[in-house]
Design a protein around this ligand. Structure first.
Ligand code: SF4
Length: 364
């Protein structure tokens, strides 16, 4: 299969589904940890092509969904300060914070919050308005970390002192360990996100599969890509194996992208990180290295959240959804109190959120 369209070919997809059904004997719970894959599964109804004893679980792979409410409160508090510009990707705007609402509401009240398509745009704003402080909301997984690191690196190189980063970067392997250690919700296998592995390489997932004693298939985003990943882990489960298999070799190489890793390593170091709904997970994220501490917005703007309560999202069982314990459509608020227009929680907000995926592709 050489061309992208062949990964969406219906005969290919039916053939892969038939092969999965042919070889699959035992119940299997397979978790993808990527919002893009979650949406592809729902968009193409791939789960409905699988035998009833093979379940696809949707893990905490939506970066906006796992960004903590306290982080957003901090961002909103900074945005309220005169003379500040916040830069962010658009899908963070409507994610509820812990107490202060969301960035969209802050923007409506006059805060200068700008949607960007590249973190480096923050440098342009800083250069154009040197009297302002530009704070970039640096969130996401390994996929966004290189560009966010490049922002810090170039700000330092160019002496652009009115730029800083509020960092909430996450790493995938530690959360796979965290999930695997939960006896109440143990997937039998994982599909690893191809774009994350394009950065970090497939090599780190070989020892990880052995450590977790679970098959891991590195998987792309087209329908056939995902079914190839499912087929790979089903084969292993049936054979009692636990290996990494790279089912996305047209994009993912063993060493990944060394230049991206180098800029990440220059600017960031591994740190404990809080995941929304999941709590603090040791060594599961990135923070600015001490050499870049002067670019840390958390230190430059050490605001403390005032307890201004707004509509609570305590009713949102997002953690259970993000750990695959609860299907979005089984949430009592799905499609009633909680819709994309009136989201109760982050998984209904983000284009990568599992609740938004179910609402878009399965609701009514
Ligand atoms: S449907 Fe809404 S309330 Fe329920 S888990 Fe998803 S985001 Fe939360």
């Amino acid at each position: 299969m050489l061309h992208l369209t062949e990964y969406s070919n219906s005969a290919t997809i039916r053939g892969l589904a038939a092969e999965i059904a042919r070889i699959s004997r035992r119940p299997a719970r397979i978790m993808e940890v990527c919002g893009g894959q979650t949406h592809a599964i729902l968009r193409h109804a791939l789960d409905t092509l699988l035998p009833p004893h093979v379940h696809l679980l949707h893990g905490p792979g939506c970066p906006v969904c796992v960004t903590p409410g306290d982080y957003l409160d901090h961002a909103i508090a900074i945005a309220r300060q005169p003379g500040t510009i916040i830069t962010t990707f658009g899908d963070l705007l409507r994610v509820p914070s812990a107490t202060h609402g969301d960035l969209f509401a802050a923007k409506a009240r006059g805060a200068d919050i700008r949607m960007i398509t590249s973190p480096l745009q923050a440098l342009d704003f800083a250069r154009e308005q040197p009297e302002k402080q530009v704070v970039h909301l640096a969130i996401g997984f390994e996929t966004t970390a290189p560009a966010n690191a490049m922002l810090a690196y170039l700000a330092r190189e160019r002496g652009q002192r009115n730029v800083s980063l509020l960092v909430s970067q996450f790493l995938v392997p530690p959360i796979l360990r965290h999930i695997s250690a939960d006896p109440a919700n143990t997937p039998d296998a994982f599909l690893a996100a191809g774009h994350v592995c394009a950065i970090m390489g497939s090599a780190p997932y070989e020892p990880l599969a052995r450590e977790l004693r679970r098959p891991i298939a590195i998987t792309g985003f087209e329908p056939a890509d995902i079914l190839l990943g499912v087929l790979a882990v089903i084969r292993q489960l049936e054979a009692g194996e636990a290996r990494m298999e790279n089912m996305y070799p047209r994009v993912v190489h063993p060493a990944g992208n060394p230049a991206a890793q180098k800029i990440m390593d220059t600017v960031f170091q591994i740190a404990d990180r809080e995941w929304r709904g999941l709590g603090m997970v040791p060594q599961s994220g990135l923070a600015l290295r001490p050499e870049y501490a002067d670019l840390d917005a958390a230190q430059r703007f050490p605001v403390s959240s005032s307890p201004v309560a707004v509509a609570s999202n305590a009713d949102c069982p997002a953690a259970d959804v993000l750990l695959g314990k609860l299907e979005p459509c089984d949430c009592p608020h799905f499609g009633t109190r909680c819709t994309p227009d009136h989201p109760l929680g982050a998984p209904m907000v983000s284009p990568e959120g599992p609740c938004a995926a179910y609402y878009l592709h399965r609701h009514g």
